[in-house]
Design a binder for this molecule. Sequence first.
Ligand code: NAI
Length: 590
Amino acid sequence: MEIVVMPKLGFNMDEGKLISWYKGEGDAISKGEPLFSIETDKTNIDVEAAQDGVVRRLLIDEGETVPVTLPIAIIAGADEDISAAEQEALAQLGGGTAVNGTVPEQSTPEAAAVHEPPRKAPVATPAEKAAGAGDYDYDVIVIGGGPGGYVAAIKAAQLGLHVALAERDRLGGVCLNRGCIPTKAFLRSAESLREVRAAADFGVKGVNASKAALDMKKVQARKADVVSRLVGGVESLLKKNKVDVLRGDADIADAHTVTVSGDSHSTASIIIATGSEIKGLPPGVVRQDDVLTSDTLLELESLPKDIVIIGGGVIGVEFAYFLAVAGVKVSIVEFLDRILPPVDAEIAELVSSDLERLGIDIRTGAKVTSVEGNAVTFEQGGKTESIGAERVLMAVGRAPRLTVDTDRLGISTERGAIVTDEHMRTSVPGIYAIGDVNGKVMLAHTASAEGIVAAENIAGRDVSMRYDAIPSAVYISPEAASVGLSEDDARGRYGDAVRVGRFPIAANGKSMVAGETSGLVKVIVDSKYGEILGAHLYCMHATDMIAEIATAIRAEATAEEVAAAVHPHPTVSEAVMEAFHAALGAAIHC
Ligand code: NAI
């Protein structure tokens, strides 16, 4: 006899909705034949019988939602006595229903409620309230024109709202003007230099690789051109979507009034998207005034001979890579016991070795105590050491930028960040906060996603932000990109129910063709359900390919499904497929 239960098809699955029964009571069924289909919160899945027999009882109706592991059917021999199992199953279902509307006598309204599909509480948005009243200048004013703010403004306008966006500087925020885009333009120049140096290996003759060097004025000019074209693009998108851009310093007078350079504008809702600013060294650390930050380094028209970078996070590592390729002698001084703390430890170790091979001196477990006279002094393993260099770059993180008086407005904050719920609402009705200012995940693409969630909620939809499948990337070469849990976190959370699949990039044909054979693809899956828990790529195109796995996680695709999806040959993406094969048993090509 088989008591068929609502299957748990993932760690996050608590209940399933029965879409249809493929068999009726009394039908014979063979092992492997589909018995029913269910809907999880993202997808529909057919579930097969685990043994041969006759479908004796269907315990729930189509359309019902029940918690996972509760019984939903009984398969047994045609003459087998199932009465005890049936009683037990019905008891577990709380006296539940049966097909054809049969409700056993012991059923109670409370028990029936167990099977009710969960209903989301309706959200009465300020915009909805305002829609009837029509007494505000705008439905939404967004403060800040970075990748959070401008995306929120465009989305809100696309949803039919009357929108303004306040910005005191250039549109595009840190990402376009002083962050993601300019650093990637720098790194692209470094890649060109590397290619020129390696040209002879690929059969290119006549290149004097020893003379190849970066012309920082040209690097700067190219960067500025890319940035201004993208900023211009944001301006035209806002115009096309009829978003009013209010130039100047914005402040919030009350929950329905924003002032921009002294002019008051009333609004039903406000989205705070004021971003983040560069963190200083901890109090007590003496520092000289001309320590570089990511902002000022991006403006240099000539490079120093040597540099000490304080902080081995993403900014520190990306600049270290760029500068080392450009010929600068680089040292990284990192407080923790390894660089790239949020990255999977095994991948961070590989990155660290490759950076050292480039000539970068990496000091970990090193607490900086002073920065004076071009020397960085730090304590490491009980000793005090100093590294002198022409310049020092400080890359010890960013902090949310609070330009509004949160205390006066009653907006809750925690450790300097605005507290938001999954709808991006702050503690003040009608005020939302997205991007770095809420301190959740300080990445441009998270800000944009949060902006869309905030705009949709303001427009009356009921949308939540999910943080479990946000990719992150480090733009060095090879690139490093991750999504989901690191191996350590997955093991910490799920213990032995975790399988790790690895595929070395040295065994990937496309990488060999490109001469980029350093690296690893590593995937972490749950051994019971095949759920994808995390993926960590250190290879060419990693930052583009990670989107495949972010999408798979979001769509609740299993490791088997990604492994079975045909990946084109020859590509680096085959290494991803192979890592999933490895997690499920064995990779084909290693
Ligand atoms: P971070 O928080 O990623 O790393 C800062 C590092 O500095 C940490 O490893 C920390 O342990 C170390 N540190 C702090 N105080 C120190 C001290 N006194 N001495 C030595 N080390 C010290 O910050 P980072 O790299 O400045 O980046 C800021 C933000 O920008 C992050 O949220 C990052 O994710 C984001 N970002 C993202 C990029 C990307 O996605 N590719 C690129 C650049 C930045």
